[in-house]
Design a protein around this ligand. Sequence first.
Ligand SMILES: Cc1cc2nc3c(=O)[nH]c(=O)nc-3n(C[C@H](O)[C@H](O)[C@H](O)COP(=O)(O)O)c2cc1C
Length: 214
Amino acid sequence: MNVTEAINGRHSIRAFLPKPVEKEKLDSVLLASVRAPSWANTQPWEIFAVTGDTLGRIKESYRQKYADKAPAAPETPRPAGWPEAEQKRIQQLRPDMERICGASVEQFADLNQNMFNAPAVVYVCMDKTLSEWSLYDIGAYSQTFMLAAFEQGLSTIPAITLTLFPDVLRRELKIPEHLKITIGIAVGYADKGNGINKFVSAREPLGETVRFFE
Ligand SMILES: Cc1cc2nc3c(=O)[nH]c(=O)nc-3n(C[C@H](O)[C@H](O)[C@H](O)COP(=O)(O)O)c2cc1C
């Protein structure tokens, strides 16, 4: 598999098989991911890779939180609003999903709330005092992780919903106070029988986002 094949082949998977991720595969993906670029090689990512009983306890606590209607408190807060072009694309996502693979809003929410039934989640944290510059590095790390996982036959989804209840994550993973939980990436084997995984999101034509000069 070459890089272009991995870039084009990766897409977010929202339903995983219960099959565990082999430790060696996860190790090799984590090893590849640290080759991501970062500001002055600061490597600001602090990773908490979670599987097995620990992930099981987190999922159970999240279920309880949803049942109690506990308020979500992601440490990367939602923006107050979106500019028009981005808002238009957000509004297109769910209808596209419904049209292309028949996934309902309820199914989407249910899979999100159940952590996509993923057998592994990697939480990417960084020091709370770091700025947007380092968040850029976290993004580079995350995409490197997802492409390396794809090469190993693993599927992924980066999801803010995995981070909605930081108190649970901090308790189970002993995440130190000075770290901020930026994103969770679910990892595992795609449930190909689940229609939601057939959804591949659209992209704007290049003319919409690229200004070319010569
Ligand atoms: C920072 C970030 C947070 C995301 N959070 C969620 C989420 O909470 N739930 C979800 O279903 N998808 C989530 N996604 C996945 C996006 O919806 C998805 O990446 C986007 O629609 C493009 O589709 P693709 O990843 O299949 O190419 C997130 C993606 C990113 C980069």
